[in-house]
Ligand binder design. Structure first.
Ligand code: ZN
Length: 324
């Protein structure tokens, strides 16, 4: 009997906490998902994760060894304090994670920004294998990135390197971002931002354009009801207004991706997150078509991550086995 080295990987997302038990090859043996517990105090999230981990029964071999726990979370992080500071989706000033979980489990516990875990997953298990310069970008409720340059994982002083969703791409600063500031990329092209950007564009058009579109029927004539999903669905059915709106969203994404290419000079950019994974062509095509209008550096390969919605979980496992 050989000893199997196993680890727990945790992904704390906008709405759900996901936990996997996996091995060094990136094979998931067990997986669990729950809505994030935001109602039981700042320690509620770590208690929830511990409960989920304990509920996973180890496969019976007796030889298995848990090496540690990797946690990827939406930021902002404070790595020195081992937790989240004023997170967007959890209503507490500080959410401790590493302390309570490492003490209870008596195992090394690694916390990184979810996109930093994402790019780690890409390097060890995905499209970044063998490459030294890798960027993973998530286009989801928010926008973020994880980055390897020359084989080094970028972390930053607090663990918030490559918070690219908050790059200012519109200096006139029309639209507010989830962080409260204005003109940030995430305010235009994220799942949350797209409906706001759509309403801003509609105000500059003749009202009849909207009233005659599939979108107005989907939104029951009220612009307040518009969601990103409605816009993508109408565009896929050939609605010209929604295709025009997504063209403008695509230009904003091309500008953001160009900033990333010029800042980090990657060999590859992989793209994940619910908005990109559900609308792969509508997202990737305009970026590929327009990025060269904005970037100075040589344009790298841009592709959907092969690890799909599990990219952060793969990275959380990989971090335990490769903790440098
Ligand atoms: Zn912002």
């Amino acid at each position: 009997l050989t000893t199997r080295k196993l680890a727990f990987g945790v992904d704390i997302g906008g709405t759900n906490v996901r936990v996997v038990l996996g091995d060094k090859k990136g094979i998931f043996l067990k997986r669990l998902s729950e809505r994030t517990d935001i109602t039981n105090g700042a320690e509620g999230v770590s208690r929830q994760i511990l409960r989920m981990i304990r509920s996973i029964k180890l496969p019976k071999s007796g030889e298995d060894k848990i090496e540690g726990i990797g946690i990827g979370s939406a930021g902002p992080l404070n790595l020195a304090m081992g937790g989240l500071t004023n997170p967007t989706n959890i209503p507490y000033d500080f959410v401790p994670l590493v302390g309570p979980i490492s003490e209870e489990m008596e195992k090394p516990t690694f916390l990184l920004n979810d996109c930093t875990m994402g790019v780690t997953g890409e390097k060890y298990f995905g499209a970044g294998k063998g490459l030294k310069n890798i960027v993973y970008i998530t286009l989801s409720t928010g926008i973020g990135a994880g980055v390897y340059v020359d084989g080094h994982l970028l972390l930053g002083k607090d663990g918030n390197a490559a918070e690219i969703g908050h790059l200012t791409i519109d200096s006139s600063g029309c639209l507010p971002c989830s962080c409260g500031k204005r003109g940030h990329w995430e305010g235009y092209s994220s799942g949350k931002g797209i409906p706001n950007y759509c309403r801003m564009l509609l105000r500059k058009m003749r009202p009849s354009v909207y009233m005659n579109s599939v979108l107005s029927r989907l939104a029951f004539d009220s612009e307040e009801n518009i969601t990103a999903e409605m816009i993508f669905n109408a565009a896929k059915k050939g609605d010209s207004l929604c295709n025009e709106i997504l063209h403008r969203v695509g230009i904003m994404n091309a500008i953001g991706f160009a900033c990333v290419v010029d800042a980090y000079d990657p060999d590859i950019i992989t793209v994940g997150g619910s908005v990109a994974l559900s609308n792969q062509n509508l997202i990737i095509k305009p970026i590929r078509e327009h990025i060269a209008e904005y970037a100075r550096n040589r344009i790298p390969e841009i592709a959907i991550t092969p690890l799909k919605e599990d990219v952060v979980l793969y990275g959380a496992l990989a971090r335990v086995f490769n903790p440098k």
